[in-house]
Design a protein around this ligand. Structure first.
Ligand SMILES: Nc1ncnc2c1ncn2[C@@H]1O[C@H](COP(=O)(O)OP(=O)(O)OP(=O)(O)O)[C@@H](O)[C@H]1O
Ligand SMILES: [Mg+2]
Length: 469
């Protein structure tokens, strides 16, 4: 057979100078081995041949192929036995099985034993080419994920912060230099950008590290309780104050007090808080004694503090008292170069938590994470990865494991509808229902929830508006 008979399929596969992928071909029939050798060489692979499973095992040792293509029925060691042996060694080396005696059982068994893929004779060359490409892409992705993991192990962040973008390095530098001072600071940034993490990191690096870190979230505490949370109270100070309770300044004494969502602190409380900060002394509600504290205060807000002042939600004097320094955490969409590293970090975290073994994201899935705008920042990113890891089951996170709103690139624009004036209310309702259904992947229950209707009503409306289910 001359090489001119070889099917020409995308032969210019390798760039000049690029190392060739090493492939071992195992088959007991010389003619088949040689044809495959020619074809693979033509495709740009470095090829070695073995005539049976035993010889193949030796060559695996000496040649160390990246991919193995093996016949199934061979004297001595069968393809399946060889597969088992190879998986016991370098379990990640892709093995492609080839057989003339295809059966479902054999195909199932070979995949169960960890074969990359299974192909029948007579050989479908374009299919073989595609399988080889997929194997090479797995190898490449595995290498990338190893690189990222070792980068993470060497430490490519700051404390628990992961990310090596320039903007994050500026944040790390600022936290580092603030850690040597005792000045109060305000941490700003959108929701989920790591404001609390920044405050904790700053505390841990400071001379107060051995002291307590107390977080008070003004947005999470009912307004009636917040004053007692902040200042503490004595027994009987108000209805329901059955015992005494130290306030957060007492609890944080010797350490750091994190005042989260400072813009949500009730206005009447803000001058009192400022007074306490100025005096360095606090008195419990209903108490007589003053408690002198030694606390570093770090505040946080996900609003623009100046806008909060303008809107009358934050007192200017309190703001200036708190904000000797501002640490601003950039949104994730402004530091997308950190996404691969963050993904690998969370894959490691959730592999442990859920006792699974996900290797990495497929290129297309990573691409999807890179394109999305992440309004919920690292928290949203982390949740998306946890969900994907649970759904993945295998080694790779595919696009199908990502939530639909990431999968649909037009999702953001499809969350709005434009209605021309002049249409009837019924027409507008029809449009709204259609769009909501589209956006929920035609999940009627979810669409009903979003529209505040019950599913039965939705069904009736679909009928009325002649929308096909
Ligand atoms: N750079 C980062 N590297 C690793 N994990 C991060 C990073 N930034 C944030 N996280 C993680 O993301 C989650 C959200 O962070 P955090 O609670 O600090 O955000 P936040 O800005 O306080 O959010 P919110 O405004 O909603 O209170 C946490 O689990 C945190 O550990
Ligand atoms: Mg927070």
């Amino acid at each position: 057979m001359s090489t001119s008979n070889i099917p020409k399929i995308d032969t210019a596969s390798r760039k000049d100078g690029q190392r060739k992928t090493k492939v071992l071909i195992v088959d007991d029939e010389p003619a088949i081995r040689e044809v495959l050798e020619m074809i693979l060489q033509e495709w740009g692979y470095d090829v070695r041949l073995a005539s049976d499973g035993v010889e193949a095992k030796d060559l695996v040792e000496s040649y160390d192929p990246e991919i193995v293509i093996s016949d199934v029925v061979m004297p001595q060691l069968s393809g399946l036995d060889l597969l088992r042996c190879l998986k016991a060694g370098n379990s990640h080396r892709p093995v492609i099985l080839v057989t003339a005696h295809a059966s479902i059982d054999l195909a199932v068994e070979s995949m169960k034993q960890g074969a990359q893929d299974f192909i029948t004779k007579p050989m479908d060359y374009p299919k073989l080419r595609a399988i080889l490409k997929a194997a090479e892409s797995d190898i490449e992705m595995r290498q990338t994920s190893r690189k990222l993991t070792s980068q993470l192990e060497r430490g490519s962040g700051f404390g628990e912060f992961v990310g090596s973008s320039k903007v994050m390095h500026e944040v790390y530098d600022l936290i580092q230099s603030l850690s040597t001072t005792d000045a109060s600071a305000i941490v700003t940034g959108e929701s989920g950008t790591g404001k609390e993490l920044a405050a904790r990191t700053l505390h841990r690096l400071s001379k107060r590290a051995a002291g307590p870190f107390i977080a008070v979230n003004a947005a999470a505490i009912p307004e009636t309780l917040i004053e007692s949370e902040v200042f503490g109270h004595e027994k009987g100070a108000f209805t329901g104050a059955v015992g005494t309770r130290p306030g957060c300044f007492e609890l944080a004494n010797g350490g750091t007090l994190f005042l989260d969502e400072i813009g949500e602190m009730p206005m009447p409380l803000q001058p009192k808080l400022l007074r306490v900060l100025e005096d360095g002394k606090v008195r419990r509600l209903g108490g007589k004694q003053e408690f002198e504290f030694d606390v570093r205060v770090i505040a946080a807000t996900n609003q623009d503090p100046r806008a909060a002042i303008r809107d009358g939600k934050l007192r200017e004097d309190l703001y200036y008292r708190l904000t000797v320094f501002t640490v601003h955490l950039p949104p994730l969409r402004d530091r997308k170069e950190d996404i691969p590293l963050l993904a690998q970090h969370f894959i490691g975290e959730f592999n442990k938590k859920h006792n699974v073994n996900v290797e990495a994201l497929r290129d297309e899935a990573l691409e999807m994470l890179m394109t999305y705008s992440w309004p919920g920042n690292v928290r949203e990113f982390r949740n998306v990865l946890e969900r994907a890891l649970i759904l993945a089951r295998g080694e790779w996170i595919e696009t199908s494991h990502l939530p639909p709103y990431l999968r649909n690139p037009s999702a953001e624009s499809s969350t709005k509808i434009v209605l021309p004036l002049g249409i009837t209310a019924a027409e507008a309702e029809r449009e709204l229902i259609l769009k909501t259904l589209e956006n929920t992947g035609h999940n009627k229950a979810e669409a009903a929830r979003q529209l505040g209707l019950d599913v039965k009503t939705i069904r009736n409306k679909l009928k009325t508006y002649k929308i096909e289910e």
